[in-house]
Design a protein around this ligand. Structure first.
Ligand code: TRH
Length: 377
């Protein structure tokens, strides 16, 4: 059933808010034939993910999604059948008034941040009544039964498999980025916030017995990287060699290409929310730099995910994996935990694929949202 959707995205910082909403919007159009308007208050953050986009356009269509500049002065528009308020971004007052006046109520969904905490399944899908008579539903992404699931395109795993089974496709993708790794090199991607633990991790990789090729898209970790390298600049494409470690800066690639980067690597360091999920769909070991929250709330989230993720690992591998994640997120010494993780590499690699396959058994988030709407009307 075709419905109209308004997705509201306020860019708090970085690329996560737009990353999630852009991905959801595309999928609703491509797989569920929905009519989607994506309202974004900062289109500058959208362009790196979708380089064809025009940051100054009030209105544009990209991949079937009508992308609208969310104006400071709201101008009235028709209310859609489904209204998605991403990450409690606060709908414009004028839009709320129009929602109240709509003869057939719109389904108002607050799409929440991803968390593996237990309480999520208890709160997913709950309504919240407002004094003005409007009702808002809480929709929680998550990792299991009773949650809204994870964003995953219907053909994602098939495309990932095909890529895995085609070494030429991997080489061609890497060569397109100017990456020519040694045939026995371990390929690692690094997308992270500033991190004082980086130097010790780089030291460990440089001193390693296996060559490592580290790929670093332009971003916030660059300052720490340059300091360790003792260079002023690392332009995209440039490679610096230190011991067994080759470090190469990459351009920030379009969102669809970021998957290929993750699929091409043996290990992915990711951050935030969307890259974290994509690294899980890559079926490879990952390292999550979680987004820091007030009063260390992010540690609870980090440990909730870890508790779930390491369940299928042997106790020593689980300890090694947890140790590395804790060190990275504390910004502390990484050398010992990296070397320990390497001792369990085959087990942790097999587990990453298993995790990916298990997670893919649950309905994806876009599908779950469409179903939620269907059940609601
Ligand atoms: O950018 P992030 O750190 O985003 C966020 C925001 O800080 C947000 O406010 C916070 O609430 C949230 O994290 C938890 O990380 P994230 O979510 O991984 O988003 C990055 C997006 O950028 C993701 O869609 C993948 C994409 N990307 C590319 O398209 N190309 C690239 O080269 C890279 C490295 C990433």
């Amino acid at each position: 059933m075709k419905a109209s959707w308004d997705i509201f995205c306020s860019v708090v910082d970085n690329y996560g808010d737009i990353g999630v909403t852009w991905r959801l919007a595309r999928q609703l159009v491509a797989e569920h034939q929905q009519t989607v308007r994506l309202w974004v208050d900062d289109l500058q953050a959208f362009v790196p993910l979708c380089p064809e986009a025009d940051a100054s356009a009030a209105q544009q269509v990209q991949q079937g999604v009508e992308v609208r500049q969310w104006p400071v002065q709201w101008q009235s528009v028709d209310v859609a059948d489904v209204v998605v308020e991403a990450f409690a971004c606060k709908l414009p007052e004028g839009y709320l008034q129009a929602m109240k006046a709509r003869p057939r109520p719109a389904l108002w969904i607050n799409l929440e941040y991803l968390s593996a905490e237990d309480w999520v399944s208890g709160c997913h899908g709950l309504p919240s009544m407002r004094a003005d008579g409007l009702k808002r539903m809480f929709f929680f992404p998550g990792f299991g039964q009773g949650t809204g699931g994870l964003l995953r395109e219907a053909d994602l795993l098939a495309r990932w498999r095909a890529f895995e089974q085609d070494p030429q496709a991997r080489l061609a993708f890497l060569q397109g980025l100017g990456v020519f790794p040694k045939s026995n090199a371990r390929l690692v991607s690094l997308f992270a916030y500033e991190n004082s633990g980086l130097a010790s991790w780089l030291d460990a990789m440089a001193a390693g017995s296996v060559p490592t090729h580290l790929l670093v898209p332009q971003g916030r970790i660059m300052g720490d990287l340059l300091r360790w390298l003792e260079v002023n600049e690392l332009v995209p494409g440039q490679v610096e060699q230190r011991g067994a470690l080759s470090i190469q800066a990459l351009p920030f690639v379009r969102q669809q290409d970021y998957d290929y980067l993750l699929w091409s690597c043996d290990f992915n360091a990711v951050r935030g929310e969307d890259s974290f999920v994509r690294a899980q769909w890559a079926g490879r070991p990952l390292l999550w730099h979680i987004y820091e929250q007030e009063e260390d709330a992010h540690w609870v989230k980090l440990n909730a995910f870890l508790a779930l993720y390491v369940k299928g690992l042997s106790a020593p591998a689980a300890r090694a994996f947890t140790g590395l994640w804790h060190a990275w997120n504390a910004g502390s010494d990484m050398a010992q935990s990296w070397n320990l993780l390497l001792e369990h590499w085959p087990e942790i690699t097999a587990h990453a694929e298993q995790w990916c396959l298990e997670q893919s058994l649950q309905a994806d988030l876009a599908q779950a949202l469409v179903l939620f709407y269907r059940n609601w009307i």
